[in-house]
Design a protein around this ligand. Structure first.
Ligand code: ADP
Ligand code: MG
Length: 206
């Protein structure tokens, strides 16, 4: 087995008296796609936010990156290190769909994004802004943004929640391809379809 790129050790999160996540330990290796399942409120988003450095775990928990990730806090990682798809999607409203994709690849030279737009069925919307496309199209842009820089690690929160069946399969196939190219991919999803693309499933409801 490949050596891990990310290790989570006893990661838990409490907000006031709400226990969002009880202690979870998890190892992600290159080339593997892991699906995180569990009922609504089981802490899937919290775990991804902690893994991506957007939240800090309760004391005692650790998030440890390994090469080729740099030895930095997760909050300091670039889009080339970590591609993140937040549940809230969070595009830049003033940029076109194309520039939202290009955004995560800066400061590399802008290349043709045509094949990526095509891979996510976004070609028709390339020059529109997020306010001019559907939620599903926004979400596919967010997944494309996470993959555009070919990151070492991909964290995707409910990446198919606004997709029809065909587009959900398209999104999952793209995430699978990223894993096949060597990324470690962690997806939070309650879409049963996503398990067909997974090497491993972790249920937070357990
Ligand atoms: P999931 O993604 O599995 O639906 P979440 O990680 O979003 O679950 O939430 C887990 C639990 O933590 C829920 O009970 C939620 O209400 C709570 N929670 C999440 N974020 C916060 C926050 N910022 N403040 C208070 N409670 C939160
Ligand atoms: Mg969630």
């Amino acid at each position: 087995m490949n050596s891990p790129v990310l290790t989570l050790v006893d990661v838990a999160k409490t907000y006031g008296d709400v226990r969002a996540l009880r202690a979870v330990s998890l190892t992600l290796v290159p080339g593997e796609l892991v699906v995180l399942t569990g009922p609504s409120g089981s802490g899937k988003s919290t775990l991804l936010m902690i893994a991506g450095g957007w939240e800090t775990p309760d004391s005692g928990g650790e998030v440890v990156p390994h090469p080729p990730l740099p030895s930095l806090p997760m909050s300091a990682m670039s889009w080339r290190d970590v591609g993140f798809v937040p549940q809230s999607i969070s595009l830049l409203d003033e940029l076109t769909i194309t520039d939202n994709l290009a955004f995560a690849r800066r400061p590399r030279r802008a290349e043709d994004l045509g094949s990526l737009l095509e891979a996510f069925d976004l070609t028709k919307f390339a020059d529109r802004t997020p306010g001019e496309v559907s939620r599903g199209e926004q979400q596919r842009t967010a997944v494309g943004r996470a993959l555009v820089a070919d990151p070492t690690l991909v964290l995707a929160d409910e990446p198919t929640s606004h997709q029809d069946r065909r587009r959900a399969a398209m999104v999952l196939a793209n995430l699978r391809q990223a894993a096949d190219r060597g990324a470690a991919v962690l997806i939070a999803s309650h879409d049963p379809e996503s398990r067909d693309y997974a090497d491993r499933t972790i249920n937070l409801g357990d």
